[in-house]
Design a protein around this ligand. Sequence first.
Ligand code: TYD
Length: 133
Amino acid sequence: MINFIKIKKIIDKRGTLISIEHNKLPFKIKRTYILNKMPKNISRGGHAHKKLSQIIICLSGKIRFFFSNGHGVKNRKYLIMSPNTNAIYLKPGIWRELKNLDKQSVIMVLASDNYKENDYIRNYKEFLNYKKN
Ligand code: TYD
């Protein structure tokens, strides 16, 4: 349901350098957005996309993700992301929610298209119906 992508990190005593070469990614990046300053225990997400592909990278902190492809309980996945976790490659048609577990959390999302509200499914029942068709 989700795939992982290894992001190059160059670690030395001066810190960590993270390098993302766009031509090595599975789709063309049109947009980057960042979530930070999230209160601890806050939930975000709660939607799926019809066409958008995304790569989620945790830069700091700890976040619990929930994913579902809409095909029953066996197709649900919980995952704790931290900077040690590989990036997540999220194809279209996957419901995602996150719960922030640390007040220092920062995530960066690389997306295949500009922000388009009509690409969102924000209601879980609607998502399940959408996946049936
Ligand atoms: P929202 O979808 O509620 O965020 P989340 O999925 O993290 O809970 O988005 C919050 C607002 O930001 C909403 O009005 C849409 C807007 N937005 C943009 O303008 N551009 C973007 O790239 C994104 C992701 C959201």
